[in-house]
Design a binder for this molecule. Structure first.
Ligand code: NAD
Ligand code: DAU
Length: 350
């Protein structure tokens, strides 16, 4: 029996983790704590919201009293911490939001967990979900391993790096049992359409320009979100205490090649002429401090815990495109209102 607090469960990756844990572990109680910022959406969890082992708490990580109340009321035994400000472009325009949620929010959660678990810290786990962006940028060669030095380049990655350091410090200083995983770029259903793949799917549907930053030769390592959720499940249950695991897709793509593939698949699905959507590609001003290449070496996770991605990129991308085409209402609800203002402010000046 466990009462697991999953933070950020109404977001993209968090909703997949909540769904996996709620359905796979009926003996666990899953408490989803989320402030429901612009990125949090309870629609993402409609299918499991009435499950007997699921609870939701609308709480901000900055509200220590409310966090304490959640730990007491649900007798939280373990934490899987995903809540964060997650979009690099927003971190460039509003860095302090990232300091508050990603750094102060994480330290608040560590403090409340430490106090609640008091003299039994070794019986509980604080699992912190992080990103490969903490390692900085790679050139044409090489991979990030668990021993690559931290070298964050954006306010987002600096805030995630700081939160990782705090988690490590709480393990060393207070002997909390912690684990950290650093994952590469995720894609899949319920991805907020400010990030490359869902933004471009939405723009292709509406025949809007596809704004490719810089020369388009920036490289990312893409992982299907459901495979990230299974990696988190494996690390939560079998990971070494106070250790770190890299999670990646073994799947590097230059942005422009990925965008062209997406255009081709979308043209096929939408019955459009070959090459029609590629004409929407528009090169725009680069992202400041844009990291050239990310590539994860996930060998340790594979060798120690036996995890490997379950789907190919072709399968995952096809499932993702189908999901967006079949969930027009979800997409419409998200892209109306505040989203339109965001899009106008981010993209008109590029
Ligand atoms: P997301 O932006 O989709 O979701 C974040 C969630 O956190 C939202 O539901 C939001 O409401 C909630 N939240 C934000 N601020 C909060 C606060 N102050 N208090 C409580 N809740 C708050 O993010 P995501 O893409 O699902 O990422 C989840 C985690 O995984 C993040 O920690 C991110 O750094 C990490 N990560 C993401 C990726 C990726 O490709 N998306 C890759 C590696 C790691
Ligand atoms: O690597 C893990 C990280 O991946 C996560 O920690 C972040 O939370 C997540 O947002 C993601 O960061 P990126 O900056 O890599 O993702 P994004 O989808 O914003 O951009 C992917 C690439 O596409 C990047 O090189 C920038 C480029 N891009 C992005 C957008 C939104 C464009 O060319 N045009 C765009 O409009």
């Amino acid at each position: 029996m466990k009462n697991i607090l999953i933070t950020g469960g109404a977001g993209f990756i968090g909703s997949h983790v909540v769904r996996l844990f709620v359905t796979k572990y009926p003996n666990y109680t899953i408490v989803n704590l989320d402030a429901l910022t612009y990125a949090g959406n309870l629609e993402n969890l409609k299918d499991i919201e009435n499950s007997p082992n699921y609870r939701f708490e609308k709480v901000n990580l900055l509200d220590v009293a409310a966090l304490t109340q959640v730990f007491q009321q649900h007798q939280i035994t373990d934490v899987v911490h995903l809540a964060a400000e997650s979009h690099v472009d927003r971190s460039i325009t509003s860095p302090l939001d990232f300091v508050y949620t990603n750094i102060v929010g994480t330290v608040n959660l560590l403090n409340v967990a430490k106090t609640h678990w008091a003299n039994e810290l070794d019986k509980h786990l604080f699992y912190h979900i992080s990103t490969d962006e903490v390692y900085g940028a790679l050139g044409d060669e090489g991979f990030f391993t668990e021993t690559t030095p931290y070298h964050p380049n954006s306010p987002y990655s600096a805030s995630k790096a700081a939160s990782d350091h705090f988690v490590r410090a709480y393990a060393e200083t207070y002997h909390m049992h912690t684990v950290i995983s650093n994952c590469s770029n995720n894609y899949g259903p319920y991805h907020f359409p400010e990030k490359l793949i869902p933004l471009f799917i939405n723009n292709i549907i509406h025949k809007k320009p596809l704004p490719v930053y810089g020369d388009g030769k920036y490289t990312r390592d893409w992982l299907f979100v459901k495979d990230h959720a299974t990696a988190i499940d494996v690390i939560f249950h079998k990971g070494q205490i106070n250790d770190t695991y890299n999670i990646g897709g073994f799947n590097e793509w230059k942005n422009i090649d990925l965008v062209k593939l997406l255009c081709k698949l979308m043209d096929e699905k939408l019955g459009r002429a070959v090459g029609e959507s590629e004409q929407l590609i528009t090169y725009v001003k680069d992202r400041p401090g844009h990291d050239r290449r990310y590539a994860i070496d996930a060998t340790k996770l594979n060798k120690e815990l036996g995890w490997y991605p379950s789907v190919t990129f072709e399968q995952g991308l096809a499932e993702t495109i189908d999901w967006y085409l079949n969930n027009g209402e979800w997409l419409h609800n998200i892209t109306s209102g505040a989203y339109e203002k965001y899009y106008a402010s981010m993209y008109t000046n590029r």
